[in-house]
Design a protein. Structure first.
Length: 417
């Protein structure tokens, strides 16, 4: 058996390779021991996790699980809310070291209340278009279970983030004929008188215009429709508060007035935005006047320019705000850390940048009263000549959930098609 001889230079290289291999094994052993030490200290000393060398910590410890905040919301604020979620999550928000994730599901205001009540939806946060709906959910859950799923009037668990009132939008030429520039406190009464008149516009000197066409959404599906019939009812009784079930069910004159008013409408839509799009696209051939949110009217105002004349905005003598509450549910499926994370997100929605974005880009009135709605770039300045107002009419008092349900059931029983 022979030996292979190595030249001196090759022998040196061979030795170096052996030394390098030994060094690599030693370095790997040291690295492994360091990792084990860090892991042990992280287990024994929880505070060490926050100061451990980040790459080692991320290698050895599993990432913290996210806190998922599910939000059931009404569609009117969809674009602003999507933008808000994206910018909120871009800040990498956390609660007690856990990242916060927001998951959105859109639904009609009435639909979401019934879905939560029935247990078909179990969100952390409920955000209908108005506290009207939150009040109904509160009263219905108390009646059924003895406890409230939501506390509609609690300023901590149920916070308004946007505001927009109901307005009537009408072509200016026809508005001038029907009621002039200022219908004052008789707006609903004069509109009812006009739409039930079988002569239509002929009674006002314009037979070529046909019937007087009024539209609003279904109160059973859309909050704006619900606000409309509530304000009609208040105007009929000359009240701003204290509406009762007896007013609705025990007054035959009111019932006849209401049924003739609502009976003049051929169909009731699901979405407020559809009415503004239709009045802009088809002009007075489809609608002379529609009841919509102020923000929705602002959104479509530019599209109406130069089409069928000028659109004008009219405010009812008494109003109800679509105040877009974000309510953290008091339910057994909502964990304390989810409620805490949800409130961090609501804080972000109420931050000045997001409130100003809602005003300037989307036409909502900020929930933050310190933000001026007549600041440069505001749509309230841009469309002031069309009737947009800085100051609102007096607010109607929200009736109890039982009264609101009675009004809805009365509409459902006598009007729904």
């Amino acid at each position: 058996m022979g030996f292979t001889s190595l030249e001196p230079n090759k022998l040196i290289g061979h030795v170096d390779d052996m030394n390098a291999s030994k060094l690599s094994r030693w370095l790997f052993a040291i690295f492994l021991l360091m990792n084990v030490a860090v892991f042990a200290m992280a287990l024994v000393l929880p505070g060490f996790r926050s100061v451990a060398y980040a790459p080692l910590r991320e290698l050895l410890l599993p990432p913290p699980s996210p806190i998922v905040v599910t939000v059931l919301y009404s569609t009117e604020k969809e674009e602003w809310l999507n933008e808000a979620v994206a910018s909120f999550e871009a800040t990498r928000p956390t609660y007690q070291g856990h990242p916060i994730q927001i998951k959105l599901t859109k639904m009609g205001s009435r639909e979401m209340v019934l879905a939560v009540l029935d247990g078909n939806q179990k969100p952390v946060v409920l955000s209908p278009a108005s506290s009207l709906q939150a009040t109904i959910l509160q009263d219905l859950s108390i009646s059924r279970d003895g406890t409230a799923l939501v506390r509609a009037q609690d300023p901590v668990s149920c916070r308004s983030v946007l505001q927009t009132p109901l307005v009537l939008v009408m072509w200016s030429e026809r508005a001038a004929v029907l009621w002039g520039e200022n219908p004052n406190g008789t707006l609903w009464l004069r509109l009812q008188e006009a739409v039930v008149n079988e002569r239509g516009w002929e009674a006002y000197g314009h037979p070529e215009w046909g019937y007087i066409k009024f539209g609003h959404t279904s109160p059973l599906k859309s909050n704006s429709g619900f606000m409309t019939i509530l304000l009609m009812t208040y105007n009929y009784f000359g009240k701003s508060s204290g509406l009762t079930e007896q007013d609705i069910l025990g007054n035959r004159d009111y019932q006849a007035w209401f049924q003739s008013f609502e009976g003049s409408i051929s169909s009731f839509g699901d979405s407020t935005g559809t009415y503004m799009k239709d009045i802009v696209a088809y002009g007075p051939s489809m609608y002379d006047v529609v009841a919509v949110y102020e923000a929705t009217a602002i959104e479509q105002a530019q599209n109406a320019m130069g089409r069928y004349g000028e659109l004008r905005f009219y405010y009812p003598p008494l109003t109800v705000l679509s105040d877009h509450p974000f309510c953290v549910l008091d339910a057994d499926w909502v964990a304390p850390e989810q409620a805490a994370a949800a409130n961090l997100f609501i804080d972000y929605l109420l931050s000045r940048p997001m409130q100003e974005r809602a005003l300037l880009q989307y036409g909502f009135r900020p929930a933050d009263a310190s933000i001026a709605i007549d600041q440069p770039g505001s749509p309230f300045l841009r469309y002031a000549s069309s009737g947009l107002r800085l100051n609102l009419p007096p607010l109607a008092q929200l009736p109890s959930g039982n009264v609101l349900n009675t009004l809805l059931e009365f509409w459902d029983r006598t009007i729904r098609r």
